[in-house]
Design a protein. Structure first.
Length: 255
C-alpha cells in the first residue's frame, strides 16, 4: 500500500510541476483557493488508487467522498499549500493518508520542488527519501522554533488569533509556511520543534500526523487528546517533540 501511495504522490507531483511552470491563477473556494492544478493532480491520484484498491473508500479534498463501504479510507490532499502555489512560493506538497477502521495506518508527503518524500507506516518508523527521521529532542521552550497555521473557516481564524500571543511569549520564534502537511513533516524530521494548527482538516493533517508520530513526536489536539477528526472534518492540531508536548498542552488547553 505504501508503494502505491508514494507512486501516486510522485505522479501527482509531476502534474503540479507542469502547472507551476505555467504560472496559473487560483479561484476562491470560500476563504481558501482551488486551482486547475489541484483537480488535475487529484485525478492522477484517484485513478491510481481506484486501479489498485477498487473496494476501498476514498475521500479527497476536491472530489469529496465516494462513500464506498469499506474499512479502508484513503484521505487525499492533492495540493497542500495552494495559496503558496499560485503565489509562486515553492512550498507545497502532495499528501496521502490511509485509515483502517478509523485509525491512521500510513502517510506519504511528496514535495516535488525539493524532491523530498516523507513516508511512514504505523509501527515501522518514518523516513525522508528512505532514510530514518526523528523529531527534535529540544527541551527548553524558550529556544523552540514553532510553526503555526490555521484553517480557512472564520472560527479557525478567530481561534488562531487567540493562540498566537501566549505561544509567541514562550518560544524563540514562530514560522508559518502555509502548508500543514509540510509543517508536520518538518516537525517529524526536526526542522521545527512543533507545529500548532488551529482548525485543521483531516486531509491536511493525516499523513503528516502518521509521519510525525512514527518519528517520535506527539500528535494530539490542543488538550492532549488523540487527534482524530471525522472524515471531512477538522480539529485543532498539535504536533510536538515529546519533550515539549506537555508544555504546549498547558499553554493551549484553556484557549
Amino acid at each position: 500500500m505504501l508503494q502505491v501511495a508514494t507512486d501516486a504522490a510522485k505522479a501527482a507531483g509531476d502534474v503540479l510541476l507542469e502547472y507551476y511552470d505555467r504560472n496559473i491563477d487560483g479561484q476562491a473556494k470560500g476563504r481558501s483557493i482551488v486551482s486547475e492544478a489541484d483537480t488535475a493532480a487529484e485525478k492522477v491520484i484517484l485513478d491510481q488508487l481506484h486501479t489498485n484498491f477498487s473496494d476501498h473508500r476514498i475521500f479527497s479534498e476536491e472530489a469529496g467522498d465516494d462513500k464506498v463501504d469499506s474499512d479502508y479510507v484513503w484521505v487525499v490532499d492533492p495540493l497542500d499549500g495552494t495559496t503558496n502555489f499560485v503565489h509562486r512560493f515553492a512550498r507545497y506538497c502532495v499528501s496521502i493518508g490511509l485509515l483502517y477502521k478509523g485509525k491512521p495506518q500510513l502517510g506519504v508527503i511528496w514535495e516535488p520542488q525539493l524532491e523530498e518524500m516523507f513516508a511512514a507506516e504505523v509501527g515501522r518508523g518514518a523516513t525522508l527519501n528512505d532514510k530514518p527521521i526523528h523529531a527534535s529532542e529540544r527541551s527548553d521552550m524558550s529556544t523552540a522554533v514553532v510553526q503555526v497555521g490555521r484553517g480557512s473557516t472564520l472560527d479557525a481564524v478567530e481561534h488562531f488569533g487567540r493562540v498566537l500571543p501566549p505561544v509567541n511569549k514562550h518560544v524563540r520564534t514562530l514560522r508559518s509556511i502555509g502548508a500543514t502537511a509540510l509543517a508536520a513533516a518538518y516537525t517529524a524530521c526536526g526542522r521545527f520543534d512543533a507545529h500548532i494548527g488551529a482548525g485543521t482538516y483531516l486531509y491536511d493533517g493525516i499523513a503528516g500526523g502518521v509521519i510525525a508520530a512514527e518519528a517520535g513526536a506527539k500528535v494530539t489536539d490542543f488538550r492532549g487528546a488523540d487527534w482524530n477528526p471525522p472524515v471531512g472534518g477538522m480539529a485543532d492540531f498539535l504536533v510536538s517533540n515529546s519533550s515539549l508536548h506537555s508544555e504546549f498542552v498547558a499553554i493551549l488547553s484553556d484557549i
